[in-house]
Design a protein around this ligand. Structure first.
Ligand SMILES: CC(C)(COP(=O)(O)OP(=O)(O)OC[C@H]1O[C@@H](n2cnc3c(N)ncnc32)[C@H](O)[C@@H]1OP(=O)(O)O)[C@@H](O)C(=O)NCCC(=O)NCCS
Length: 184
């Protein structure tokens, strides 16, 4: 694997880039404070913009690490930071990554996350040299499964009681993936 870290990726509508501390306000206002966004996630809405800023300070300090992949999703149209896509697990032994993402509910339904996920998968296969990219979602959150399907991932199956959400409840995870040989 090539330890290239988080580099800027451009798509038709988006710029995927490293977070800066100036993104704290957009991140807090647009998605991190919103219980609708966090409904199926492991973390709870941020209590304050300061909390978001401190988290970003930690994330930004990780960018020196070539194995750290964490993009803010910026919409070209209005330069707003509207979401986040990152590698949440990396297994170098098998050249595999697992991706996580979330986005402001004001922009749902426009195919933005599939566009971001496709671009990140291309980067992880072509630049980082990975062989497998996977993603999981709560069985009760099928819209995230649609993102994975639209980005070209294949359904692998359901892993029973393998996740715990921010309310402390166990849930079944649905697993999707793409491997290098799936690509046309
Ligand atoms: C899941 C998520 C990333 C989808 O991103 P998106 O850019 O809206 O994706 P799409 O536009 O392709 O829509 C995907 C599905 O969401 C559903 N959807 C679309 N608009 C919606 C809306 N306004 N409200 C609720 N669901 C909606 C639809 O089922 C859609 O599938 P379809 O295109 O087959 O109808 C986004 O909803 C999100 O950030 N959710 C909260 C965080 C989260 O669940 N992250 C994933 C954890 S595994």
């Amino acid at each position: 694997m090539n330890k290239t870290g988080t580099r800027t990726i451009e798509t038709t509508r988006l710029i995927l880039r490293r977070f800066t501390i100036d993104d704290a306000e957009d991140m807090y206002n647009n998605w991190a404070s919103d219980p609708i966004v966090t409904e199926f996630l492991s973390w709870s809405p941020h209590p304050s913009a300061d909390f978001t800023r401190q988290l970003l300070e930690d994330w930004i300090s990780e960018y020196e690490d070539g194995e750290y992949f964490n993009w803010v999703i910026e919409l070209k149209e209005n330069r707003q930071a509207i979401g986040n896509i990152s590698v949440i697990k990396l297994d170098e032994k098998i050249d595999a990554a697992e991706i996580g993402y979330c986005m402001s509910s004001s922009y749902w339904g426009q195919g933005i996350m599939p566009e971001a996920l496709k671009a990140v998968m291309d980067y992880l296969f072509d630049v980082v040299g990975l062989n497998r990219v996977a993603a999981c979602h709560d069985v009760n959150n099928p819209k995230s499964g649609r993102v994975m399907e639209k980005a070209g991932m294949k359904l692998e199956g359901t892993l029973r009681a393998t996740g715990r959400n921010n309310k402390g409840m166990l849930y079944d995870k649905v697993l999707h993936s793409m491997i290098k040989s799936d690509r046309c």
